[in-house]
Design a protein around this ligand. Sequence first.
Ligand code: ZN
Ligand code: ZN
Ligand code: ZN
Ligand code: ZN
Length: 489
Amino acid sequence: MQDLSENIQQVHNEKLGRHLVAGLAIEPGETLLEERPLLVTPHWECGQLKCAQCLQESYVMCRKCQVYPLCMDCGQHDDFECEFFASGAGKSICKDLLVKNYGICGLLKLLLLLEDPATRPDCQLLMEKPINLEDYHDGEGMWQEHEEQVVRPLMESGIVDLLPTQHLTSDVLHAHCIRIDSHAFEVSARDGDTLKGVFVCGASLPHHCVPNTVVALDEQFNMKLYAAVPLQPGDIIYNSYTNPLMGTSQRQHQLRMSRRLDCTCSRCQDPTERGTHMSSMKCRECAEGFAVCEMDANGRLGDWRCLDCKSVLPADSVHELLAEVGGALVDARGDLQVYESLLAQYRQLFHPNHFLLLDIKQNIATILRAAALMNSVEQPCKKLLARRVELCSDLLPVCRAVVPGLSKLYAIGLFEYLISLVELIELQFAESDLDKKGYVAQLRIASQAAKEAMELLRFEPENSAEGYLSERIAMELERIESDLKKYGR
Ligand SMILES: [Zn+2]
Ligand SMILES: [Zn+2]
Ligand SMILES: [Zn+2]
Ligand SMILES: [Zn+2]
């Protein structure tokens, strides 16, 4: 199920457990690991029945076992699970088991993989790491969700009695749910719906907020992990399980909630977050200074202090402000004017790269993009287009700084920037706001961005979202180059 590059070694230590290190010097783009998912399943809360084979929507049931949904295109699903309900121990189970409790389907899949002698060894790897249930008992909502959607319905279904060798108790089932969640990546079904793909090896790599690898997932749910930056012998292979556009306190909160992890990586310990100042505040005492979050020797976050005049901004007041902006963002509900006025208001208090301002900017850019698409038949407004270009270019340096090397985040940022730029300058040129020389100069910038984005995506599989994006950028580049040929002399 996993295929490890020969340049990678498996090692073990107390802090990280079993993990991978580079055995030789490794170039960016080099494949480190390829892996098939142990299982692919809808999210716990999904109520829509999905084909057991291809995971697209399905309303028909498998004729043989009558328990699993199976779409018209798929003749059969996993033999073991079908037989289990058709003629094996599960044949006495009520046929509407999944129809009534679709939330259990991911965990049921895991239990049957554990039961099947052919797949049991792969599952054992997932079971290796002990789960401390105490850590999760009071977890915000997660425990409750597992209990209601999965564990209780499964305990009541009668299945548990049919798998006696697994000694299933509600605690064992809870631990399985946590294992599934913590080893899952979001993958996309062919119909575009998002699913969870559980990867035993790829999803158990240690976390770093600045990963040195890229995870690529194709349409068949295959994972390819490749190096994002040059790796030296002995370098630990890291993955990131958080959003790089969040500030340190938000990332740490998310990692604590989802993985019970206290991150002390280099970005978390750098108050400037790789020079981006994504969590920095404007100083209230001096005109030019920025206040960064101080931390103690254990990496615990404290007050904010101005880098220039050294005055202190208490942590409480910053957290209060963050909560206030967070609430205002929820209340904005996609209203362009509200976002613009939030941006104007809070620009006074935060560093221009603060993650909350970036969040507001992304919201505005998304709305403008949708507006431009809708207006494309009529005349798109130049002012809105110019605003979008401006916002996209604001985001670029931050995207570049937080994910170095081969970065999908930066590639997507470049793409957003270049399509809005091209749209704007074509219009400006057509309406003579831009002369030929100015148009050509802007086209060169767009061409450069397109080439850079394609370079960053060149190791992505063709049949992946990023592979298709790369094709789209290539088409855009062709158009740009042909205009450059036409006007560029
Ligand atoms: Zn199907
Ligand atoms: Zn079946
Ligand atoms: Zn970190
Ligand atoms: Zn100051």
